[in-house]
Every structure is written in structure tokens, then in C-alpha cells.
Design a protein around this ligand. Sequence first.
Ligand code: GDP
Length: 287
Amino acid sequence: MFDAVRQGFKNARLSLSSKRSLTEADIDQAIRDIRLSLLEADVEFGVVKSFLSSVKEKALGEIVQLEAGKPNKRKSVRPGDHFTYICLKELEALMGPQDTELAGNKSISIMMVGLQGSGKTTTAGKLARKLKKEGRRPLLVAADIYRPAAVEQLKTLGRQLGVPVFHEPGADAVTQCVKGQKEAHKKGCNAIIYDTAGRLAIDAQLMDELEAIKAEVDPGNILLVVDAMIGQDAVRTAKAFDEALGITGFIMTKLDGDARGGAALSIKSITKKPIKFLGMGEGMEDI
Ligand code: GDP
């Protein structure tokens, strides 16, 4: 999924590999290669710009000036490799620190949020399976009441996985979650996953409902599920959900498809929230 990005860094490295010293023009050429590949991978323009400006600043400071100061000194590290190292460190700063932990020890509570079709219900099933494998007793709550198929889909997944699914016909979304929480206590479940509704686009009614659910059940984890295929739009979606709900992390789905992966870099950079999981297929184990 990161092929385009990889190619850009490779080209940049190749263009510098034969050089024994670097000028600002060399650095600019390498940065152009990387810029193209990041944009091609769908990384948001502003993120690309700020990433490359810190790479350039460091490269000028650490490589070009260093060399200007010591023109005859034999170097053990080639400037091209040093440039690659600077890119790596900046990428790590952009994407890191690695954090795939879910909050909650005795009991884990996860609220799944995101646009319709992003993969919330499927990912709720995947997480239930994962938590069960880790020895927990999960309960799934079907709170996407506007799409009857979503409730049925979750019930089917629950049956497949041997995980109970709570749903009270006719109750509103907030009540589903509050009653689901009580049910989890009653059944002795120590992980609860709320599958909430999505819309085709962000709207105030959806956000109000999600805020009300958050206020009532106080989930330790609010995970935004984002379809990697939506590319640049992912940033707007992530910003809106984060501002309204304070997400604790996000899950990017459909990375097994044609998605170019850049949205992951953009969301991480803009929200500063960790990528908790990646969805790599429709199967329950593809996470
Ligand atoms: P929801 O509306 O957010 O609950 O989305 P669904 O869970 O119903 O998923 C929408 C579609 O995306 C379904 O056909 C899923 O099988 C599919 N899907 C979800 N996650 C992935 C993934 O990681 N890879 C692929 N290829 N398809 C996925």
C-alpha cells in the first residue's frame, strides 16, 4: 500500500547516492521526488509541505553546512545515506510513537464511530474476535438502529464468533448503549463494543447522537473507522469526529484494496491520534 511513497524515497536516494557532497540544489531535487510520491499516495497537501520543509531544514543544517565547514574531511557516512536517515527520523516523528494499546484493564469499552460504509460493523466483529482470543469476554452492542441490515449483520457476526450481541428492538441509540452496558455487567462481560450509526456525510444530528452516547456510557476508547479509499477526504472526516468527540485513535480499513495509504499519514499528522489498527480484508481475521 505504500509503494508510491517507497518509490519516491528510493528515487531520492538514488539521485544522491553517487554524490560525495550535497548542495542545496541536490537536496531540492531529492525533495521534489519525495513530494511527488507523497502527493501520488494521497497524503494531504499541507502535511506534505510541512514534512518536507522540516526534512529540508535538517538536511541543510546537518549535511550541506556540515560539509561546507569541513570540505576535505573524509566522511564515513555518505551524504545520500544521511539524507535518507533524516527522512526516516522525520517519518517516525510523523507516524510515531507506536501505540496499539486499548485503554482499560479490568474492562475495555470501545465506541466505534465513522461514516456509513467505512467498515465499523465489520471492524467491531474483528475486534470482538481479537479480544476473545486474548481471553476476554466481549459483548457487541448493535446501536446502528437506522440501518436494520447493520443489526442483522452484527448478529450474524456474533453468531459466527460465539460473541453475544445486545439489541433491543425499538429502543433509540443511546438507550441501546446504556442497556447494553447493563447487559455486559449482568453477563460478566469484560469488553464491550458499541457499533454506532454512520451517515453518508457528517451531519449535526449524527454528532449529537454520538456525543450523547459518549456522555452516557463514557467509553475508554473512541475509535474512528476510516475507509482508506476516501483519500484526501479522510482528513476532513477525522478532524470533524475528533473535534466533536475527542477520538482516542483510529482504524483505517480497506488497505487491501487500491488505497494508496497516504490518508493514514495525513490523519495521524493532523489529529495527532494513533493508528490503532489497520483493516486488510473482509474476513474477521484481517486486522
Ligand atoms: P459500516 O457501514 O461502517 O458498518 O461498514 P461495514 O462494516 O458494513 O462495511 C462496509 C463494506 O466494507 C462491507 O462490504 C465490508 O465487508 C467491507 N469492508 C470492511 N472492512 C474492510 C477491509 O478492511 N477490507 C475490505 N476489502 N473490505 C472491507
